[in-house]
Design a protein around this ligand. Sequence first.
Ligand SMILES: [Cu+2]
Length: 388
Amino acid sequence: MHLTKIALPAFLGLPFISAKPLAARDDGKALQDLNNQALSALQLQYNNTAIQARAASQCNIFNAPIRQDWNSFTSTQKKEYIAAVRCMQTKPSIADPTFAPGARSRYDDFVAVHINQTLSIHGTGNFLTWHRYFVKAYETALRTECGYTGYQPYWNWLDHREDPSKSSIFDGSDTSFSGDGAFVAHNGSVNGAGYVYIPSGNGGGCVTSGPFVDYVVNLGPVAPIQDGMKPFPDHLGYNPHCLSRDLSAFTAVNWLTLENILNVTVGVASQSVLAFQNELQGRFADGFLGLHTAGHGVMGGVAGDLYGSPVDPVFFLHHAMVDRLYWVWQALHPSMAKTVAGTLTLFNEPPSRDTSTCDLIDLGVNARSLKIANLLDTLGSDLCYIYI
Ligand SMILES: [Cu+2]
């Protein structure tokens, strides 16, 4: 599906998010308005581009593939996406076994590069572009290796925040990503680098229904945060276990909020890429998880492990939503859109130099390496997509 020139003018002329009290506003509609603001801004940028440059461009807002909300998929589209994920989990790994001896599947190849690079892709200057490219490479693998014909869907965080087990992503049906884990009594999780206590939910064990009930997770956990969950000492070794979850309404209600989304995209935390990425990832010492960390925390179980979090297939819908906010922020802040900030190491520990847009993003066997500079524009020659 592509946007049409007839449909697009509808995005123009929309008022910017008003300052009405949050409670008086439909949160879902406000988020959609924000997305429409980004589309309007991109159309203006397109209109202001010289005609010759437009003609030379392969990708533009009118021909770009569209990433959309999982909720807007039909049952057929959901089943096609899920089947492609299951296909990735059964196709043999192509990674060098000396690199990741525990990787058995193509899916594991993605998990392995994330585990391997964890300390240099979070709390760093490449966080946004690394994960953007990671999702893109995964989307491409689903399409080229597993016959998926659609594009990467995203998880709308505002949907069923008060009870994620009722959402179309986690309801446990055959068009979901399986549901909550079986109840296992435990004393909650400690998220946010040890600063933020999360009470246990109704799960904690293996998922009990849906498409991923028999999925064997081969890698991790490296640094689990759920009480009683043991780390596996060999980071890339073979450790078959189940997909566990402990859905956390507590986390969703506290941090997956419209207020936080508006703050990073059009509010105080949107004033620089550093402010945007820091607020998105969280201020842990203040007890504030941030949207990115909270999304992982809502899943709980194996997804709470910073290293091995991609073992839960909802990781890619969550990071598509993170990327959607990055895309909105870039569209609404064109003068800063191609800037990067931050260093090469997690919270600059150990201290390292500043990230450069000439630095490479290396996804191992999953994609060719690209410079950060090539990943800053989703309407460029290496990336081509928009969100609705
Ligand atoms: Cu990550």
